[in-house]
Structures are given as structure tokens and as C-alpha cells.
Design a protein around this ligand. Sequence first.
Ligand SMILES: [Zn+2]
Length: 206
Amino acid sequence: MHGFPEATRRARTREAMGAAAGADALWWPDASICPSPNQDARPNGLEPELIVIHAISLPPGQFGGRFIEQLFTNRLDPLEHPFFEEIADLRVSAHVLIGRDGLATQFVSFDRRAWHAGASCWNGRERCNDFSIGIELEGCDERAFTDEQYSALVRLIRWLRGRFPRLAAEDAIAGHSDIAPGRKTDPGPHFNWHRLWAGLAEESGT
Ligand SMILES: [Zn+2]
């Protein structure tokens, strides 16, 4: 899936990012780093209070290309696929993408605002990007997610909860369709919430 071995890529990107103060708390150690320009500061220094689960595939229904990374870094070629013409100018990102193989890529540091939710509302609060972490699973409305994706998602959420205690609240995980109903359908009918809850309970030993 990637141009050179995962371990090498990870080491190289970490080196390139440098060991900035506190950086370890803001980048998931299990993810490769691919910085996105589509980000800015969280207003008023807000802490993450919500995890938004998304699903994406590019082109729709196809897996395994580099197109999602390209979209999140404004490098998607509109000539590669008719659908890309519609979306190539979008300025969007997520904090983390989890591929079908369970490998994760992080685009935005967790203390910064990624641009994933759009017009949205959670518990009466609008602009969910301000206070949320966006996690994209490579997937679509028609197919089940993989074991590797659930496993990586559980590990990531456990890790995030260790750093941002508010994310341990019962209602702190939502689907994009929950915060943008009528506008978004992801993560879709095949995302198994019971499996996520069971994984989180099991992994945390409760
Ligand atoms: Zn979404």
C-alpha cells in the first residue's frame, strides 16, 4: 500500500517531525505521519471531547489506493477519476485514517483542529470540529469493516482516552451520521457499534 516499508516510513516521518515538546501526546505512536495543510488551531484552546467515526473510500467503493491521503493533502488529481473532479478542490482532513489492513495514518496533531465534520451538532453544540477528533475508516455503506480496523480503532481510542480523559464519557463517541443527520450516512450500516463497545470494554479490562 505504501511506497516503502511501513517501519522505515514511520521512522523517517517521526524523525522529520522532530521531537517537539509534548509531541508524543499528540501523535499516535502506531500511525504513520502525513501532515495535512487542512487544519488550524482549536478555538479557545478547547480539548477534545468527542470522537467522530467516519468512513471513506476513493473512488467510492474501492479500497487500497493512495487517493484518501491525496485528498487530505490537497494532491488529488481531478483527471484520475470522474468523481475526483467533484472533490479535488475540497479542503478537508481527518486526524487519523485506518486502512483496510488496520494500518493508520495521522494527518493532524490531536491538539489541532482537523476539518472533517462540516456543519454538525452534538449535544446542542455546533461546529464539532472545534472539540472533536475525526477518525476515518476506509470503507463504504455496502461492505463490512475488517477485523484489523476494529482492532486498530479500539487501540487508538484507548490511547486517546488515556490522554484526553473527557473522551472516556459514555456519549463521547459518535458517527458522522449522528452529528450531521440527513447530510451524512457514514460510518454506515455496516459499522458494528456493539463490536466497538465490546472491544473497548474488553481491552480496558472492565
Ligand atoms: Zn464523514
